[in-house]
Design a protein around this ligand. Structure first.
Ligand code: ADP
Ligand code: ADP
Length: 234
């Protein structure tokens, strides 16, 4: 519905981020105006240190802008929310929980009953190819497997906006393609808004419908283009 769409529209107005460090300060993102429409599939590319992660974490509510505003729909972002799932670049699984426990954690916090959340977790673990690893601890998994577990942990919450920071970089080609297809399905069939950072221009061009290119010093968006497929209606 229109109301639902409005709810998920992300509008950045003059959003900037400066990190203060003991040796000075770094402008990671210079003032940025950007609208992300509901149902968009946006990729962010650019060299290391150009502010991609900063922008993504601002969108996720994990960072506060130094200036400007970025409401989602009518509400200002005032912290992380399960409605905006963030897949971080480095896996951030709880080491004291099993892999399944990590995936179930979000639904458990939201009061989803045991049977339902267990079934949802198993479905997600199967999706990312970790069906046999639910009972393991994160440190028993390889880096790529931890990354997959993290993707499962985010997707199980059924977030309306999915934010991913190089989600497929550490994965083998088969797993990567499988998850890319799943991401496309979530976008096409479930109407998710997806924003992801990637080092692969090919991935950006073939997966997303809009590509943002960033440049460093200070970090800013220098290119913002829609991808039009040959068979798209004009
Ligand atoms: P990217 O994701 O494109 O590699 P980042 O958003 O991680 O870029 O970083 C942008 C700039 O901000 C870089 O110059 C980086 O060194 C700096 N930066 C990122 N995080 C921090 C932090 N927590 N403290 C200080 N500087 C940071
Ligand atoms: P990735 O490509 O995900 O980093 P690896 O190449 O490290 O994975 O591991 C290849 C395969 O070895 C995995 O898919 C998994 O089946 C198995 N494996 C890796 N680490 C472990 C572990 N700690 N316990 C059991 N099996 C493992």
């Amino acid at each position: 519905t229109a109301a639902l769409e409005l709810r998920d529209r992300v509008v950045l107005t003059g959003v900037s981020k400066t990190y203060d460090t003991p040796t000075g300060s770094t402008v990671a993102l210079s003032p940025t105006d950007l609208v992300i429409e509901p149902g968009a599939f946006v990729s962010i590319v650019g060299p290391s240190g150009c502010g991609k992660t900063t922008l993504l974490q601002l969108l996720g509510g994990f960072l506060t802008p130094s200036a400007g505003s970025l409401p989602v729909g009518p509400d200002p972002i005032d912290g992380p929310s399960p409605e905006r799932g963030v897949v971080f670049q480095a896996p951030t699984l709880y080491p004291w929980l099993t892999v399944r426990g990590n995936v179930e954690f979000g639904p458990k916090c939201r009061g989803v009953d045991r049977k339902t959340r267990r079934a949802a977790a198993e479905r997600m673990l199967d999706l990312v190819g970790l069906a046999d690893f639910g009972g393991k601890r994160p440190y028993e998994l390889s880096g790529g497997m931890q990354q997959r577990a993290q993707i499962a942990r985010v997707l199980v919450n059924d977030p309306r906006i999915i934010l991913m920071d190089e989600p497929f970089g550490a994965l083998d080609q088969l797993t990567r393609e499988r998850l890319q297809v799943e991401l496309l399905r979530l976008w096409r069939e479930a109407g998710k808004t997806i924003v992801f950072v990637t080092h692969s221009v090919e991935e950006a061009v073939f997966l997303s419908t809009r590509v943002l290119v960033m440049s460093a010093r200070p970090g800013r968006i220098i290119v913002d283009r829609d991808i039009v497929l040959p068979n798209d209606d004009p």
